[in-house]
Design a protein around this ligand. Structure first.
Ligand SMILES: CCCCCCCCCC(=O)SCCNC(=O)CCNC(=O)[C@H](O)C(C)(C)COP(=O)(O)OP(=O)(O)OC[C@H]1O[C@@H](n2cnc3c(N)ncnc32)[C@H](O)[C@@H]1OP(=O)(O)O
Length: 221
């Protein structure tokens, strides 16, 4: 696992985000446009050439593997490649998660890129987003927790569009945290999930440092 330390200031984080977030948003627009475009085949082929040129430009300098999760020395996390919340990841909706002890909540708009059954949210996407949310809820007042078991129940189809989600810790037993989560549309809950989150035994960063108490960690940058 990559939890490297990157010694930068909050101002530098803001500066970097101000550059990459608009780019990621543009790539989200690109993904949506490719899915829904009805321009001619010739224009689609021309678009491919332009996109290939951008990819070649970005690949001139590239880190190997994945982005990982860097932390500052003040333990501000930068999970910018994360599939659900990554600021650099156009695959992520992204979720803007509000946290309080034992609770994680967010509102989101899921468009064409998240489709499973026609017009509906893909079940795997719903599970992905709820998995992130239960992880965030479990980690608000404890050490980081990994998903041991996630049970998802799809109550009725979730239509693409504006949605909300919520995860709440229901109980803790030693290193295990039990979390209940829901995804809802305007008419109520469409998906619910129950998770057993587990803090790995003797969790330390690969740098050898233990994580500080949760109150000193900020996971939202
Ligand atoms: C940090 C900021 C927020 C981040 C949010 C991120 C959200 C993303 C969430 C994820 O997607 S995490 C990625 C998906 N999950 C994984 O990759 C986990 C892979 N599995 C493991 O790493 C280990 O198997 C695990 C840490 C889950 C457990 O390993 P341990 O060696 O610590 O478990 P151990 O065998 O000591 O068992 C401890 C307790 O947990 C129980 N347990 C172990 N594995 C379990 C499991 N899979 N499901 C349910 N319970 C489990 C086990 O029975 C026991 O219960 P008791 O204490 O009551 O005896």
């Amino acid at each position: 696992m990559d939890f490297r330390i990157e010694d930068i200031t909050e101002e530098e984080i803001d500066r970097r985000l101000s550059v990459v977030e608009p780019l990621t948003d543009s790539v989200r627009q690109l993904v949506d446009a490719v899915i829904r475009s009805e321009v001619s085949d010739e224009r689609l082929a021309a678009a491919k050439e332009k996109v290939d040129a951008i990819v070649a430009d970005l690949r001139e300098q590239q880190r190997p593997g994945s982005f990982g999760t860097p932390y500052t020395k003040e333990f501000i996390g930068m999970p910018w490649g994360n599939a659900a919340v990554g600021a650099r990841n156009a695959v992520a909706p992204p979720l803007r998660i509000q946290r309080s002890p034992g609770l994680a909540e967010c509102e989101m708009v899921l468009g064409a890129a998240y489709e499973g059954p026609g017009g509906c949210v893909h079940g795997g996407v719903a599970a992905l987003l709820l998995d992130q949310l239960v992880g965030e809820a479990a980690s608000t007042d404890g050490l980081p927790s990994f998903t041991g078991t996630l049970t998802v129940k799809y109550l009725r189809p979730t239509l693409l569009g504006p949605l909300s989600a919520r995860a709440e810790v229901t109980r803790r037993e030693g290193r295990k945290t039990f979390v209940h989560a829901t995804m809802s549309d305007a008419d109520g809950v469409t998906v619910e999930a129950d998770a057993i989150m587990i803090c790995p035994k003797d969790f330390v960063l690969p740098t050898g440092d233990a994580l500080p108490p949760a109150a000193d960690r900020r996971l939202d940058r």
